[in-house]
Design a protein around this ligand. Sequence first.
Ligand code: ADP
Length: 483
Amino acid sequence: MNLKDPSLFREAALVGETWIEADPKNAIEVNNPATGEVIGRVPKLGAAETRAAIETAARVQKEWAARTAKERSAVLRRWFELMVENKDDLGHILTIEQGKPLAEATGEIVYGASFIEWFAEEARRVYGDLVPGHQKDKRILVMKQPIGVVAAITPWNFPNAMITRKAGPAFAAGCAMVLKPAAQTPFSAIAIAVLAERAGMPKGLLSVITGSAREIGAEMTSNPTVRKLTFTGSTEVGAELYRQSAATIKKLGLELGGNAPFIVFDDADLDAAVEGALIAKFRNNGQTCVCANRIYVQDGVYEAFSEKLAAAVAKLKTGDGMEEGVILGPLIDKPALEKVEEHVADALAKGARVVQGGRRHALGGTFYEATVLADVTQTMAVAREETFGPVAPLFRFKDEADVIHQANDTEFGLASYFYAKDLARVFRVAEALEYGMVGVNTGLISTAEAPFGGVKLSGLGREGSKYGIEEFMEIKYVCLGGI
Ligand code: ADP
């Protein structure tokens, strides 16, 4: 690996104040999904190390919370700057462990860092309230305080940004964090922990625990010192963590699966809709929870849209993310590839047709061709489950009521998108979609300034924005008497 600063690639976990190097006899191997090569190892840790990290976090958090918001803000600002200064190396590490093309990986670093920047700013704007008293001699004060020790569990699809979205508001609020990154992508997490130290973050405020997900998760959820669990991943695991957290009544932040509809009305600008669909569907090779999973196209523009989309998709180059010009990397692993294959086979068996792609890629490994399917219907697996791959299924609809019904006919409710020009329709549809987020005439909605999150089985709470920091705070009511 050719890094400008090789010390950013560390085969170790951070438990409280101590780095634990990977012992080859008891380590987890991390593979490059594009080549299958082992890129390094991280320690296989469990409940004991998680507990130790939580204990240290509880101690250090008090000192961190006692600092002024401006002091915390300065450390976060420095952390943000270091991420941006090292974006090439961080992007490189991200690509070789996750697979996304280098330009996209570096883009994720800048995007991920923007959450640290944003919350460095928000740290100083946590306002309480002074409420008119209910009796003449009383005054009501509302103060906001950090919730305490936070546990975080993050996925492999955004190995940097899914961490910074949680760490930014947690540290800004005055919390400590014990993090378990995904087993497939621990090195991005470790690299930003190295930078956190360099930024002057107190030792022990952030731990990065690698190892058994089940054991680490069980300790995080049962340990009473942990007051909040923030998780991004599948609905299945999210529900399990929710159950496990019940006994200790933790606050939960859950960013779970989606099944995003992408609707093209007949008054849409078709070229813009194709461009939006490419971003919403094929970003990260279709492996994001806000990826368009179902593309609904109105009758009158169905053929024109599918031709334009297929032509654009045919130009997307698939390959190793380290190669120049590659737009689509490999899928993360074999089960991911098999799921994509199953969804395509199921759709074809039930009457869909391939417009573009539709097979494993000639490159082998976990590469799959960028695919467009037409004549897709609600009875197919792609209508109900997240495909999480480079497959764009095109559904046909007649009118607005029909498509709103189909779009909402899912247990998920994260992102949704539609393209239309009529202003009244824009309001009607935006209000009718049962989703936490709606992109209108755009396929890219995530940003530090906006509240990201879902309804229904897509989760609890919001990340980013002025609302995001509230999730890491408790409200305290102080009643002042005898005035
Ligand atoms: P994905 O489909 O994105 O891999 P998962 O929900 O399986 O989604 O994984 C998201 C994160 O949750 C990863 O860090 C993974 O290691 C972790 N995880 C998976 N199972 C458990 C579990 N039983 N307890 C705690 N964490 C888990």
